[in-house]
Design a protein around this ligand. Structure first.
Ligand SMILES: *Cc1c(COP(=O)(O)O)cnc(C)c1O
Length: 375
């Protein structure tokens, strides 16, 4: 079986270093808020090209805490609206509603799956205070256009970079565009811990200091509480694991791009639509880090079954759009044909730094031998 993502083989590749780092933390006797966290925060800020990185417990908390901090700083209030892509993973929307703000769903550009800046502008009302672009599947959203729109309209920008570690346009990376950005280091993300972890990046000193308090019970100073904060910390063991894995991120991204090129250049089937490559930079293709490689197929379930019959595991990102989730009945009024079509037709092929080129060739062959009743 060719698995969708083989985490075991990815971590085996740096097993000795992970064990060494783990041992170092065990032997240090210091497990929360120590030098491993500081070390990782400073390397990840440097990697993203930002002034600050604030480690938190997971990617959802990273997004929740930024919005919470903007409320504490007086930039946002309950009832304010935040523009968010309608085809995102549910966490982007949970971060907004958790804070008592209103998610306003905006359709994506069908060519990139990312929020369409023109539709976003059309959705702005007097209550709109922020935009939350998601770099979905590893492709940087159209940040030059989004930042220009935010500036014109006085909006805050919170990037959801959970799927896009290292994606960049002309060297400016995911996490370095907006006023703040949330990252997830869930094990299956491009930079994954061996458990839950997340971080916020920002250049804003006030925001960084507020976040450092909010992740720690709302306390800047021990036993003094300025805010009613949370407990959302990135522990020493996970920080140490991430420092090891960060060193390999760029070479893993190069491998992901090789697999993506192999798929793009060789899958040829009238019923299978491949992702459009290279939105900004056709030479470098650096805006995409291929967290997942998605194809569209009207006969998606049959394609998925065909691939499974050929021992190829695929996943669907995502089967149900947020506005059709039971948890969000207030969003059921939306009619979102672009998102609905994506959710009906999308399929993610095997992708990852451990996937062999010969396995990717087997995926190509299986796609090309698909017999659709619909063509
Ligand atoms: C994974 C993910 C999150 C949430 O990250 P967790 O670490 O699982 O909380 C948020 N947004 C997007 C787009 C994601 O893919």
């Amino acid at each position: 079986m060719i698995s969708f993502l083989d985490l075991k083989s990815i971590n085996q590749a740096c097993r000795d270093e992970l064990i060494e780092a783990c041992t170092r933390v065990i032997d240090s006797g210091w497990y929360i808020g120590g030098s491993e966290l500081q070390q990782f925060e400073s390397s990840y800020a440097e990697y993203c090209g930002t002034k600050h990185c604030i480690g938190v417990a997971n990617g959802l908390d990273a997004l929740v805490l930024v919005i919470r901090a903007w409320k504490e700083l007086g930039y946002l209030r309950e009832g304010d609206e935040i523009l968010v892509p309608s085809n995102t993973y549910i966490a982007s929307i949970l971060a907004i509603s958790e804070n008592g703000l209103v998610p306003v769903l905006v359709e994506p550009d069908p060519a990139t799956f990312n929020i369409c800046p023109i539709s976003a502008e059309a959705a702005i009302t007097a209550k709109t205070k922020a935009i939350l672009p998601v770099h979905l599947y590893g492709r940087l959203a159209d940040m030059p256009a989004i930042m220009a729109l935010a500036e014109r309209s006085g909006l805050l920008v919170l990037e959801d970079s959970a799927q896009s570690h290292g994606a960049n346009v002309n060297g400016r990376k995911a996490g370095g565009w907006g006023h703040a950005s949330g990252f997830s280091f869930y094990p299956g993300k491009n930079l994954g811990a061996l458990g839950d972890a997340g971080a916020v990046t920002t250049n804003d000193d006030m925001l960084a200091s507020t976040l450092r308090a909010l992740r720690n019970y709302g306390s800047h100073e021990k036993y003094k509480n300025l805010y009613r904060g949370m407990n959302s910390r990135l522990d020493e063991i996970q920080a140490a694991m991430l420092s090891v894995k960060l060193k390999y991120l760029d070479e893993q991204t190069i491998h992901r791009r090789k697999i993506a090129d192999l798929y793009t250049n060789n899958i040829q089937h009238p019923a299978i639509t491949l992702p459009v490559v290279s939105q900004f930079n056709p030479l470098e293709n650096s805006s995409h880090v291929w967290h997942v490689y998605t194809v569209l197929c009207q006969d998606r379930d049959a394609l998925q079954n065909h691939l499974l019959a050929n021992n190829i595991q695929t996943l669907i990102h995502y089967p149900i759009p947020p506005h059709q989730q039971q948890a969000y009945s207030e969003l059921a009024r939306y009619s979102l044909p672009v998102s609905e079509k994506i959710h009906r037709e999308i399929l993610s092929l095997p992708m990852g730094p451990g996937l062999l080129l010969e396995e990717a060739r087997a995926v190509v062959a299986a796609c090309n031998s698909f017999q659709s009743d619909m063509t």
